[in-house]
Design a protein around this ligand. Structure first.
Ligand code: NAD
Length: 535
């Protein structure tokens, strides 16, 4: 049996999807009855969907429904919860191409990257399916006889997720799937940039067999996010997991801090890539191209500062510029041949347009040939499709950048990189560590000593050696330090600590009160052997 999606005809585009909130197992409109539009980043004539514009009442109802569902779900055996997570992975696999098309249409990722995005959620589901058969605690020796000690992972309660739109399926899966596996119930406020893929994912989760109220979805923008934070103050939420900008992350941290909760904060980046003089420059150029311009630079792990040994800087710039000037850009719903598509929305476009003045104010020099928005008049051979109805921009490379400049310190979140020339490894490492962020990082070298010194000296959550700054795998910890996050991690076994608390239990079968430290018999020592004869 299948359940139909509610859709409207949408001209020559695929139908418009009517997304709804999901609260306590029911599809609902917002209390306000208002809806917002999700227009395709590729072509704003395409109305991908509409979604409820939720407020405090909707958020509170979702949190309360999740609170009611908690007892049943947290008492469901972990292997059974794992089986449900596995089914989510199977449905995602079965519809991988369709879901990738929604990601492509909604936020403008190329199909290649959109398929990768869905695959990341599938990998995450499969990883956490098997974790349901582990979710280990420990058996620990006691100091006392006839007494045993145990540790258990306990679910936290209602876990609220607030997510960004640039990874609208993969990143939410990193949060929601382990949170559910650990026995928490979830309230998810997805990005207003990508409500349709969020709605489809929430339905898939529910249909995989979680009890009503275990997954709740509340659409909306900033007001809905702020209502989630107020729900923390009201005691309706026990855990917040946030992915987004550093500024909003600070707000989340403040609210959770005063409620004595530890939020998961996955924030912005200003990621460095170091190229030493012995590096394979062609490999480094491949990495810089993908990390700097893929997804139009709208990844938290995008390359920002390309730090190059001055002895190879001229050659690297020549090679990189030649490749960047040949990049194909275009509408990814129409072809697969481009490196990147549009910017996701107007606030990213505005920030990108502002970055030109920021860079020039400090004396950086634009070495790419075109700048600003791509239009029909200036698109030339390099644009595939019609740029009129999307926010498509030219790639930028800035030369002569120094680490103290504002452009080297500020996350732009668009297709732009800075070139910083340095003299030798030590200056390269200091420059790479020269921003307050610490998400991803990379070095290109064939010198094992430099690899080791970079691994131990770089201040970042993730580092690549002879690979780009972007990319993640479902079983490795993902996260940053400094302005990039508060040290919590997503993915792999490490994320289990974010969604459980440790519970220590002792069982005493001695039949009398035994006190640790006080009633302990550590045994008698005997007279020591005299070793002085050995000289
Ligand atoms: P954003 O912080 O503006 O929005 C993220 C989410 O927070 C959205 O759902 C939004 O509605 C909500 N929100 C906005 N203001 C809020 C408030 N005052 N209170 C509560 N919720 C609020 O981020 P963005 O600009 O949409 O996304 C881009 C940023 O996300 C970049 O900085 C990027 O580096 C970062 N990001 C980080 C990671 C990571 O894993 N570290 C991954 C993806 C994106």
């Amino acid at each position: 049996m299948t359940r139909k999606l509610d859709t409207h005809p949408n001209g020559h585009f695929l139908p418009t999807i009517v997304a709804r909130n999901l609260i306590g197992g029911e599809e609902r409109e917002a209390d306000s009855k208002k809806r917002f539009e999700a227009r395709s980043a590729c072509d704003t004539q395409d109305l991908v969907g509409t979604a409820p514009d939720s407020g405090e009442g909707d958020v509170d109802a979702a949190c309360k429904a999740a609170g009611v569902a908690f007892s049943k779900w947290s008492n469901t055996p972990a292997p059974v919860r794992g089986e449900v997570i596995g089914r989510i992975g199977e449905v995602l696999s079965a519809h991988k191409e369709r879901l990738a098309k929604v990601v492509c249409r909604e936020i403008g990722k190329t199909m290649k990257e959109a398929r990768g995005e869905v695959q990341e959620a599938i990998d995450t589901a499969h990883f956490f399916q098997s974790e349901g058969r582990r979710l280990y605690g420990q058996t620990v020796w006691s100091e006392m006889p006839n007494k045993e000690l145990f540790t258990y992972r306990r679910a936290l309660g209602v876990a609220a997720m607030i997510t960004a739109g640039n990874f609208p399926l993969a990143v939410p899966s990193w949060k929601i799937l382990p949170a559910l596996l650990c026995g928490n119930t979830v309230v998810w406020k997805p990005s207003e940039d990508a409500p349709v893929i969020a709605y489809l994912f929430a339905r898939i989760i529910e249909e995989a067999g979680v009890p009503a109220g275990t997954i709740n979805l509340v659409h909306g923008g900033r007001p809905a996010g702020e209502a989630i934070l107020r729900a923390v103050d009201k005691g309706l939420v026990q855990k917040v997991s946030f992915t987004g900008s550093t500024n909003v992350g600070r707000l989340v941290g403040e609210v959770c801090g005063r409620n004595l909760q530890i939020p998961s904060l996955e924030l912005g980046g200003k990621n460095p890539m170091v190229v030493l003089k012995d590096a394979n420059l062609d490999l480094a150029v491949d990495g810089a191209l993908f990390a700097g311009f893929g997804t139009a630079g709208q990844r938290c792990t995008s390359l920002a500062n390309l730090i190059v040994d001055k002895s190879v800087a001229t050659e690297l710039k020549k090679k990189l510029l030649a490749r960047v000037e040949a990049i194909k850009i275009g509408n990814p719903t129409q072809s697969e041949g481009m490196l990147y598509g549009p910017l996701i929305g107007e606030r990213f476009y505005d920030r990108f347009m502002e970055h030109y003045a920021m860079a020039r104010a400090d004396g950086a020099k634009l070495i790419t040939s075109k700048e600003g928005r791509i239009t029909k008049e200036n698109m030339g051979e390099r644009f595939i499709g019609d740029p009129s109805n999307g926010l498509y921009v030219w790639p930028a490379i800035w030369d002569g950048v120094k680490i103290g400049m504002k452009i080297a310190q500020t996350e732009v979140f668009g297709p732009t990189i800075n070139i910083l020339e340095v003299d030798g490894f030590d200056e390269a490492l200091a420059t790479a560590n020269g921003t307050p962020y610490g998400l991803s990082s990379s070095i290109y070298t064939n010198d094992p000593q430099a690899m080791l010194k970079f691994k131990t000296g770089i201040r970042a959550g993730m580092s690549s050696i002879n690979n780009s700054t972007s990319g993640a795998e479902a079983h490795l910890p993902f996260g940053g330090t400094g302005w990039s996050g508060n040290g919590t991690r997503e993915s792999g076994v490490w994320v289990l600590d974010a969604y459980t608390r440790w519970h220590a239990v002792n069982v005493d079968l001695a039949g009398k009160l035994q006190l640790a430290q006080i009633d302990v018999d550590f045994g008698q020592t005997r007279e020591a052997t005299d070793l002085s004869v050995l000289g």
